[in-house]
Design a protein around this ligand. Structure first.
Ligand SMILES: Nc1ncnc2c1ncn2[C@@H]1O[C@H](COP(=O)(O)OS(=O)(=O)O)[C@@H](OP(=O)(O)O)[C@H]1O
Ligand SMILES: Nc1ncnc2c1ncn2[C@@H]1O[C@H](COP(=O)(O)OP(=O)(O)O)[C@@H](O)[C@H]1O
Length: 199
C-alpha cells in the first residue's frame, strides 16, 4: 500500500470530513407562554447536544430583542416581524448543520406557518415544540415578574393574559412542563431529535 502524499487527506480523513459536512441541522422552535419553560429547556437540551458533539446555537428571545429586533415592541405586527427575523437566522444556521434552538413565544399561528414554510422551501428541517405549561402555573412561576406587573396594571398586552396565544394544533411535541423536571422535559425533546436522526 502506498503512503498517502504528504498534505493530502487520507481516505479516512476524507470520510470524516464528508460526515461533518453531511451533519443534518435543524431549527427546533419552542413556543409557549412567558415562564412556560422554553428557555430553560432550550439550554438544558443544548448542554446535552454539545456533550454529544453537536453544534448548537440558542437564539434567545431576550437577546434577539436587544440586538436583531431592537426597537420592536409587542404589537401583533412587531411580534410577527421579530419571529420572521429569527426564523431567517435560524434557517441559515440550520442549513449549515447547526441545531438552532429557538425559545421564542411566537404567539400567532400564521407567523409560525410562515416559519415552517420558509424552512420547507429551503429544504431545512423544522421541529415545532409546544411548551404547554398552563397559564396558572406560568403566572405562579413568573420568572420575570410580568404576570404580577400585568395584574397590578403596570403593563398590558401580556401573552396568554390580555394578549393572544394561539396554541399549535399539531406540534411535533407537546411538553407538559408542570408535570416534569427540567431534565425530563429536555430528555423528551432529546429523544424526539434522536428518533429523527438529528441528535
Ligand atoms: N407583553 C409581553 N408579552 C409577552 N412577553 C413579553 C411582554 N413584555 C415583555 N415580554 C418578555 O419578552 C420576552 C421575549 O419575547 P419574544 O420575543 O419571545 O415574543 S414574541 O415571539 O415576539 O411574541 C419574553 O420572554 P419569555 O418570558 O422568555 O417568553 C417575555 O419575558
Ligand atoms: N419541566 C420544566 N421545564 C422547564 N422549566 C421548568 C420545568 N419545571 C420547572 N421549571 C421552571 O420554570 C421556569 C421557566 O422559566 P423560563 O425557562 O425562563 O421560561 P420561558 O423561557 O418560557 O419564559 C424556570 O424557573 C424553570 O426552572
Amino acid at each position: 500500500m502506498t503512503a498517502p502524499t504528504q498534505g493530502a487527506p487520507t481516505p479516512q480523513e476524507e470520510n470524516h470530513s464528508a460526515e461533518e459536512n453531511d451533519v443534518t441541522g435543524a431549527t427546533v422552535w419552542l413556543t409557549g407562554l412567558p415562564s412556560a419553560g422554553k428557555t430553560t429547556i432550550a439550554y438544558a437540551l443544548a448542554d446535552r447536544l454539545r456533550a454529544a458533539g453537536r453544534r448548537v446555537e440558542v437564539l434567545d428571545g431576550d437577546e434577539i430583542r436587544e440586538f436583531l429586533s431592537a426597537g420592536l415592541g409587542f404589537s401583533r405586527e412587531d411580534r410577527h416581524t421579530n419571529v420572521q427575523r429569527i426564523a431567517f437566522v435560524a434557517e441559515l444556521l440550520a442549513s449549515h448543520g447547526v441545531l438552532a434552538l429557538v425559545p421564542v413565544i411566537a404567539p400567532y399561528a400564521d407567523s409560525r406557518d410562515a416559519v415552517r414554510k420558509r424552512h420547507q422551501a429551503a429544504g431545512t428541517t423544522y421541529v415545532e415544540v409546544h411548551v404547554a405549561t398552563p397559564v396558572d402555573v406560568c403566572s405562579v412561576r413568573d420568572v420575570k415578574g410580568l404576570y404580577a406587573k400585568q395584574a397590578a396594571g403596570e403593563i398590558s398586552g401580556l401573552t396568554g393574559v390580555d394578549d393572544p396565544y394561539e396554541e399549535p394544533e399539531a406540534p411535533d411535541l407537546r411538553i407538559e412542563s408542570q408535570d416534569q423536571t427540567v431534565q425530563e422535559s429536555a430528555a423528551a425533546l432529546h429523544a424526539l431529535l434522536t428518533e429523527r436522526g438529528l441528535a
